[in-house]
Design a protein around this ligand. Structure first.
Ligand code: TMP
Length: 213
């Protein structure tokens, strides 16, 4: 069965994910690559409703386990109704965040055991993993300053510096453990250089997908 390329963009708060995701989409369009863009949590109507439940600031304390399971519930819906069908059609799937964010935020940030998250990953995704995860990396203070300049902070953005430092560290540790599946890009450099680095990663994937045809 043909399968498209699954590319994920990750990073902490304020590292420039949106700008660079737009750049990636433009780049694939220029290369006439048929792709679908999506995001997590979210990507389908129901999964977007779960996203809204997760991110809104509320008086009731959200239990860490509730947060973890809702992330995977949204993901199960997204996989069934969008990710798997897209890849099965041979299209690329560009996703703003995926399970690495769960390892980083619920694992690193909230303190869940990585082994437990791995169990859920296998239960929900079976064998499916992204071909490549691009991590935009910047010191937490840099991203924090950018995120805080925005109008309002959601429930996750409102966590403290130490939480976001653990998030960053978890991304970097996972990337170091599986270097062939990750590209860590320094997001604390001029945008044109960030985009040159992203372009190199995309060129490699385009080449890879042409060779496997
Ligand atoms: P963003 O994609 O707009 O940055 O917002 C999504 C937020 O949700 C972000 O703070 C990271 C968080 N998140 C998790 O905590 N776990 C997850 O598994 C995912 C996909 C996102």
């Amino acid at each position: 069965m043909q399968s498209g390329i699954f590319v994920v963009l990750e990073g902490g708060e304020g590292v420039g994910k949106s700008t660079n995701m737009a750049f990636m989409q433009d780049y694939l369009r220029q290369h006439q690559i048929d792709f679908v863009h999506s995001r997590e949590p979210g990507g389908t109507e129901l999964a977007e409703q779960i996203r809204a439940l997760l991110l809104v600031n509320r008086d009731e304390k959200v239990a860490d386990m509730t947060e973890l399971l809702l992330m995977f519930a949204a993901r199960a819906q997204h996989l069934a109704n969008k990710i798997r069908p897209t890849l099965a059609q041979g299209k690329w799937l560009l996703c703003d965040r995926f399970t690495d964010a769960t390892f980083a935020y619920q694992g690193g940030g909230r303190g869940f055991d990585q082994a437990l998250i791995k169990q859920l990953e296998t239960m929900v995704q079976a064998e499916l993993r992204p071909h490549c995860t691009i991590i935009l990396d910047a010191p937490v203070e840099v991203g924090f300053a950018r995120a805080r300049a925005r109008a309002s902070l959601d429930r996750m953005e409102s966590e403290d510096l130490a939480f976001h430092q653990r998030v960053r560290q978890t991304y970097l540790t996972r990337a170091a453990e599986m270097p062939d599946k990750y590209a860590v890009i320094n997001a604390d450099q001029p945008l044109s250089q960030v985009q040159d680095d992203i372009q190199r990663v995309l060129d490699g994937l385009i080449q890879q997908s042409q060779q496997s045809k």
